[in-house]
Design a protein around this ligand. Structure first.
Ligand SMILES: Nc1ncnc2c1ncn2[C@@H]1O[C@H](COP(=O)(O)OP(=O)(O)OP(=O)(O)O)[C@@H](O)[C@H]1O
Ligand SMILES: [Mg+2]
Length: 334
């Protein structure tokens, strides 16, 4: 029996991309392997310089990989780059709209650029889908940021691609425009059946929007899965506590369910199986009036990121002590 067709929209196999010289290479991608199923919204989550844009550039054929292979919609990105281009749309971070043209004229221009035929009804469908039909003949220069974003996505969808790439689609947008864009991405994916690969360094965006997420850091994929699978890997809550007077670490570590205790003065970071069991035990051990501050962090993509990278996303400077704490924890578990 022949193997079932691979429904993966994107396959990446042991891909590396080095910039710089042979002696001092910058490993923008370091042995990356990924399988992105058709019809998913897939998020690449990682900090600045992680390699997100580089991966998109390799997959869209803008740059060649140093080693390894990748295919998009079944076509090899290196050997069949024209076929790949016909199947993909790209929503770039830089503005691609012509402000002096109306929305409809921008679509027309895009169709001419790509040599499309019979695109007119698709363009009207897209204008309607993005609620731009009423403003279709207004110059884009007068559009709000949200409207511009919608039109950029409409342009990327005009030639009916199977996969669209969005590099940091919500960077610099205010919260409400960002949320609107999340709805659009989900809607586009449902309505047009496209696979979406987007990059982000917003944890909540990856969580809210993506069916699957890969955490990328320093060119390497450190974890991949659905947001709930990823969170399920962190089998612990983190309780942060500030006490009004010194406390003996042993008193905390002796409590059932406590996995790790880390102290910095009267500030405590305690990793526990579940805070629901731990908190009553804590309050039975320490008088509540000696607790100045307490917070509980349930497993989130943030704690997953912290666990796999040793630092929090969005903090250029890692919190030194927490980093050490997590490094120790990881070593202990090996
Ligand atoms: N054209 C280039 N020449 C040399 N080095 C490059 C080039 N493009 C990217 N790099 C390096 O490759 C690494 C990955 O960069 P990349 O742009 O892929 O990261 P990113 O995850 O997209 O980051 P950001 O969130 O800042 O957009 C970085 O160290 C970057 O400096
Ligand atoms: Mg980038």
């Amino acid at each position: 029996m022949s193997a079932p067709p691979d429904r993966s929209a994107i396959l990446v196999n042991d891909l590396s991309k080095h910039y710089g010289s042979r002696d001092h290479p910058v490993r923008a991608l370091d042995h990356v392997s990924l399988r992105i199923p058709s019809g998913t919204v897939f998020g690449l989550l990682g900090p600045n310089g992680a390699g997100k844009t580089t991966l998109i550039k390799v997959l869209t054929g803008i740059t060649d990989a140093t080693a390894g292979e990748a295919s998009v919609a079944g076509f090899d990105v290196r050997r069949q780059s024209m076929a790949v281009r016909a199947q993909i749309g790209w929503v770039a971070a830089e503005v691609i709209l012509d402000d002096d043209f109306s929305a409809r004229e921008n679509l027309w221009f895009q169709a001419k650029l790509q040599g499309l035929k019979g695109w007119e009804s698709r363009a009207e469908d897209l204008l309607a889908f993005f609620s731009l039909a009423d403003r279709a003949d207004d110059k884009v220069g007068k559009f709000s940021t949200g409207m511009r974003k919608k039109l950029e996505i409409a342009l990327a969808l005009l030639h009916q691609p199977l996969v669209i790439f969005m590099d940091e689609p919500t960077i610099g947008l205010d919260v409400s425009t960002r949320r609107m864009l999340w709805e659009i991405v989900t809607g586009v994916h449902r309505e047009f059946g496209v696979t979406v690969l987007l990059t982000t360094h917003y944890i909540e965006e990856a969580d809210a929007l993506c069916d699957r997420v890969a955490i990328i850091d320093q060119g390497r994929i450190l974890a991949e899965g659905t947001p709930s699978e990823l969170k399920g890997r962190v089998k612990a809550d983190v309780v942060e506590l500030e006490t009004s007077e010194p406390l003996e670490a042993a008193r905390l570590s002796a409590l059932p369910g406590v996995q790790e205790v880390h102290a910095q003065g009267n500030d405590w970071t305690i990793r526990v199986g579940t805070s629901d069991d731990f908190l009553p035990r804590l309050f039975a051990t320490i008088r509540p009036d000696r607790i100045r501050r307490i917070s509980v962090e349930k497993p989130s993509l943030e704690t997953v990121f912290l666990e796999v990278t040793g630092r929090r996303l969005g903090q250029d400077e890692p919190i030194r002590d927490l980093r050490k704490f997590y490094a120790q924890m990881q070593r202990a578990r090996r």
